[in-house]
Design a binder for this molecule. Structure first.
Ligand code: SAH
Length: 349
């Protein structure tokens, strides 16, 4: 049996070609799956009984099941742990902002990047997620929103959950093209953000895809000496080359690049670190998102004081590098990447 959830109309059309039905049937099937939440062929009432039977005999609509769900105490953030048929579990998060509903999805189960501060990478990478699986994360939350308010929907999307999107490049691109389609969630590319630990050749590939998504680069250090200590990927793709790639991305797509910078007390949070960072980013169409580190099991990184964080931010702004401190959401439900999946894995083992 083949899973058809995640296929485009074109793919479905090719798949049902042997059944000798008109091509518009593929569009109807896609709309049932992606717009009306169908999880079986039985209810697809505008298809003949015969076609429904042929479909059920050959295919299934693979959607995840809910393993667990947590709401933050302020009700702004809800985190979902979803399970796929093969037992793989991934996290996705709904954040209710005043400007709309934002969803953060995982692109891989686990992660191979080995960043020292990150919970997602502790167990390594289990497997890549398929385009349809990423779509199913967003659709799960979109349908969840509609259970309380028919008009509510997912407005913006960040690929910032577990996994490195650029290590699962083809599936990630297929997913973004799919969720952009009018017969799925019809999301604009501008409302999507891809976050990367800095795989330079893939940043360049993304710039040439002709899909103007926003790019976030997890920089986290002003120089190679510090970045080498916390991000093994820096040994291959260093700070200078990475920032140059960010600039190329901005120039090509005209989209502002965001540099994410986790602040870790005593490691990358000094005035000199801020000055060095400002010097490197000055003149680029970029902004810096400062994130006081979340402490994660098995890591002893500490957050700087509030004053330190504000001073770091001020130094960047004084030097004409736009910087903001990220408002924290969901910390009481361990919304930082990978923390819930780990709890699930640790509980199983
Ligand atoms: N692999 C991609 C996307 C997933 S990580 C990337 O590296 O960008 C998403 C963001 O969460 C990254 O900026 C990552 O560095 C950050 N992050 C991971 N662990 C964190 C922690 N303990 N505290 C704060 N941010 C963290």
């Amino acid at each position: 049996m083949e899973n058809i959830f995640g296929l485009s109309i074109n793919d479905i059309s090719n798949l049902i070609a042997p059944f000798d039905v008109p091509r518009f049937r593929a569009k109807q099937i896609a709309e049932w799956m992606y717009r009306k939440g169908a999880s079986s062929f039985d209810g697809m009432t505008n298809l003949s009984k015969d076609l429904r039977k042929k479909l059920s005999d050959n295919f299934f609509i693979g959607r995840p099941s809910l393993i667990d769900k947590w709401d933050s105490s302020d009700d702004e953030t809800t985190k979902f742990l979803l399970g796929f048929k093969d037992g793989v579990a991934v996290e996705c998060v709904l954040m209710r902002h005043d400007y709309g509903n934002s969803v953060c999805i995982s692109t891989q189960a686990g992660c191979s990047m080995g960043c020292r501060f990150c919970a997602s990478t502790i167990h390594g990478v289990e497997r890549d997620l398929l385009a349809g699986e990423m779509l199913s994360e967003v659709m799960y939350i979109d349908e969840y929103l509609k259970t309380t308010d028919e008009k509510a929907k997912v407005d913006t999307l960040v690929l910032m959950g577990s996994g490195e999107p650029m290590m699962n490049y083809d599936n990630v691109i297929s997913f973004m093209r799919l969720i952009h389609e009018p017969y799925t969630l019809n999301m604009s590319y501008r409302s999507m953000t891809v976050s990367t630990a800095g795989i330079i050749d893939k940043i360049d590939s993304l710039a040439n895809e002709d899909i103007p998504v926003s790019l976030a680069i997890s920089l986290h250090a002003p120089n190679d000496d510090i970045r080498d200590l916390i991000m093994p990927v820096n040994k291959k793709y260093g700070v200078d080359d990475l920032i140059a790639a960010g600039k190329r991305y901005g120039d090509k797509t005209k989209r502002r690049v965001t540099y994410e910078y986790i602040l870790i007390a005593g490691l990358n949070d000094s005035d000199d670190n801020a000055k060095e960072l400002a010097k490197r980013l000055r003149g680029q169409l970029a902004s810096v998102n400062l994130i006081p580190v979340n402490s994660v099991m098995k890591s002893d990184f500490q957050r700087p004081s509030k004053d330190r964080v504000n001073k770091f931010c001020a130094i960047l702004n004084e030097r004409h590098v736009a910087a903001t401190v990220r408002r924290e959401m969901g910390s009481d439900i361990a919304a930082a990447c990978g923390q819930l999946r780990n709890r699930h894995i640790d509980c199983k083992s």
